[in-house]
Design a protein. Structure first.
Length: 139
């Protein structure tokens, strides 16, 4: 989960691809919605049957995520800083895959946080636009 792009030498052209695409913009909107606490926007970007893997757990729908872990993610992301280190988005027909690495640091609940995380998102193009159908977060 990242909110800004790195400005150092690691952000060369080969570290970012497909980031001007609509699916990439959906992923960015989702990150921004979580960071800003916009539950309604974050929920609207998820397919109803989204499958989310994080920390060994599974959430099997947008409603399950919205009523459980989403609020914790929002509180956490509001307290820390995340920088996108690498982001690639590839579209094939009505599917897109977003893979990224980010650096997260700060303090949360009195504990220092400093790690690199990985994210994979799969998006599908529906009649009402692109929706996130799968997320896998790890660090």
């Amino acid at each position: 989960m990242a909110s800004e792009q790195a400005d150092d030498s690691t952000s060369s052209a080969n570290m970012f691809s497909g980031t001007d695409s609509i699916p990439a913009k959906i992923v960015t909107q989702f990150h921004q919605a979580l960071k800003s606490g916009d539950k309604e926007l974050a929920r609207s970007l998820l397919a109803d049957n989204v499958l989310i893997f994080e920390g060994g757990g599974v959430e099997r729908s947008a409603e399950e995520y919205a009523h459980h872990h989403m609020l914790a993610d929002m509180k956490y992301l509001a307290a820390v800083n995340s920088t996108m280190l690498e982001h690639h988005v590839q579209i094939t027909g009505n599917s897109a895959i977003s893979i990224s690495r980010s650096k997260t640091s700060g303090t949360y609940k009195g504990k220092d946080v400093d790690y690199e995380g990985m994210e994979t998102m799969v998006l599908a193009k529906h009649a009402n636009g692109w929706k996130i159908v799968h997320i896998h977060w790890s660090n």
